[in-house]
Write a protein that binds this ligand. Structure first.
Ligand SMILES: C[S@@+](CC[C@H](N)C(=O)[O-])C[C@H]1O[C@@H](n2cnc3c(N)ncnc32)[C@H](O)[C@@H]1O
Length: 220
């Protein structure tokens, strides 16, 4: 099974959602995203890319956002999100590399722990820039490339780590900071916040080193 479909294997999606909900209160990354989101107009059209089972879209709906959409590469997660969100968000299968929306469709694009699964970060960020309106916000959390550089790469350039005390094993390409903060990205966006933190989701949190990277940026 390919990287973008790994959450469709067995009960990976279910295990991830259950553990993620248990971990909700301790999640510094979610606090970061929610703080940023809460400052935005409730009429903003918001897309969550790699929305998983819809935990975050559900939080945005509770905050009063009414124009919500989510995409995920995993069929199982899209079904779970539909079940959770009912008609409060438009949900479909889709990937960062080919976002199934027209140019300038959104005021906000969010993404929590999904972008690093992409093989092509530059192309994915170009897609985010394409679907955002000028002045729109991009708020994302990714696995920290500096921490990822410590992991052993396989022959395809991927690394494998565990989450939630070994409950979930995930594989994604090893990326460099340059791939995120490329010249193209900085041509399309003004970087507003860069926040590194040690999240509890990844088991390498025991090292205390920043294993996550959060960014917010404004579409030029
Ligand atoms: C760690 S889960 C995070 C789910 C959700 N954002 C959350 O925080 O609960 C990573 C998600 O990214 C999705 N994903 C993986 N590759 C993707 C891609 N290329 N484009 C969009 N989503 C992708 C996975 O299916 C999965 O739902």
């Amino acid at each position: 099974m390919g990287i973008e479909k790994q959450y469709d294997s067995g009960d990976t999606a279910k295990k991830y959602s259950e553990a993620s909900i248990e971990n909700l209160e301790k999640d510094a990354g979610r606090r970061f995203i929610y703080e940023q989101i809460s400052a935005l107009s409730r009429t903003s059209r918001l897309l969550d890319v790699g929305c998983g089972g819809g935990i975050d879209l559900s939080a945005y709906s509770k905050m009063g956002f009414t124009n919500l959409a989510g995409i995920d590469s995993s069929r199982k997660f899209v079904d779970e999100a539909k079940e959770t969100l009912k008609d409060t968000a438009e949900l479909k299968e889709g990937t960062f590399e080919c976002i199934p929306y027209e140019d300038g469709s959104f005021d906000v694009v969010t993404s929590r722990f999904a972008l690093h699964y992409s093989k092509d970060i530059k192309k994915s960020l170009k897609e985010v820039a394409r679907v955002l309106k000028s002045g729109g916000k991009f708020i994302a959390i990714v696995s920290n490339p500096v921490a990822d550089a410590e992991e052993q790469k396989d022959t395809d350039g991927n690394i494998t780590i565990t989450l939630f005390n070994g409950k979930v094993t995930i594989t994604f390409p090893q990326h460099s900071l340059d791939e995120y903060f490329s010249e193209e990205f900085l041509n399309d966006f003004t970087l507003e916040t860069k926040y590194e933190y040690c999240g509890n989701e990844q088991d390498r949190a025991v090292s205390g080193l920043p294993n996550a990277l959060a960014i917010s940026a404004k579409r030029k």
